[in-house]
Design a protein around this ligand. Sequence first.
Ligand code: ARG
Length: 461
Amino acid sequence: MANHKLWGGRFEAALESWVEEFGASISFDYQLAPYDLKGSLAHVQMLGAQGIIEPEEAAAIRAGLEKLLERYQAGAIAFDVTNEDIHMNMEALLTEEIGPVAGKLHTARSRNDQVATDMHLYLKDQLGQIGEKLLHLREVLLALAEEHVETIMPGYTHLQHAQPISFAHHLLAYYQMFSRDSERYAFNLKHTDLSPLGAAALAGTTFPIDREQTASLMGFSGLYHNSLDAVSDRDFILEFLSNSSMLMMHLSRLCEELINWCSYEYGFVSLSDTFSTGSSIMPQKKNPDMAELIRGKTGRVYGHLFSLLTVMKSLPLAYNKDLQEDKEGMFDTVETIQKSLDIMAGMLSSMTVHKDKMLQSTEKDFSNATELADYLAKKGLPFREAHEIVGRLVLECSRSGSYLQDLPFARYQEVSPLIEEDIYQVLQSQTAVRKRNSLGGTGFEQIRQELARAKKDLNSQ
Ligand code: ARG
């Protein structure tokens, strides 16, 4: 019969091609090909070892699968939409290679545990690569922080100058976020590193399979203990999408800062030409497009998380075709975060930091007001009174277009006899940063300790 389906036995009429296309997933799940083959190789070895199929049959199927793997790697496989998905395409191709014995491969297996297995293998592999890229980004941040321990910049709250801080401290805040991302992916790996194979369609099988053997042949650390859960669980993908949303949020925050910092108004950094683009009309423009794109792509990753959460909501046990919708968002997220991590590492390691501009912008502002209040408080004045006095001085200076460090000493003596000549030293940004040496603060000594701790932590990973 023309276009006979692998599941066609009980059907009298064929699907119309536009309906068939709606149901097919091969246009995107072809990416699972090497994982599908890996799963099949483990399955056939187990079928042979358990005597479920004859040793010669197992050997023939194995040889056929290996041939398909070679053909796939050489780009010599054409997939066919009439075979619906990667699993049925592979079975059809295997039949072409070795004849009807190929049909024995599907003994004690269903596409339901097969697709779940493929997804676990795929994501496990990708988590490894993402882990490496994240580690590299953290190394880049540490190296940059190391260069800039004593580079002073304004620290902000409400995007207003608040207190001067070390640029390294600012960078290390992002290092912390990315370290947490690494930990989240490591936890995600635990739930991904499990074999669903052997759950069959939903209820297990009457054949004497060995699930532990297939799990270990595929390199999984464990297996699912409930067959219904095994075929219908997509939590590991949801965790991945959720972790990736958080990662993109962190990347996007850093991008937003880079975009601000390289604007004319800030002028704190220049991104290298390699990561910038020009304008088709304004010859002077150098735009931080790549940072903007990462910020923008954050939206699509959040979208994929929401999309799969919605697919899973109210889904009864066990397999439902809705689950086929788990793939495109996951593939796209994998690609988006891998590229975004590479771009971010490249942008950071190639940018120029304008230390002088950063420092200057802490010198013509009131970000040293807390220094003066703390100074008075340390000499015994209640902090609230000190705050009030300094507030009035700030008002006075801003009316006359000057800053606290510009006030003559005589004026300080009028304000409070507690203020001595050393106040001008205290008001300097360098001093303000150096002295904030409380645990986890921006003081240089703290940062050096934090750098050493972070390095040790990175080297142990
Ligand atoms: N292409 C399907 C998916 O991605 C494979 C599993 C199909 N199983 C089924 N019973 N129709 O979910």
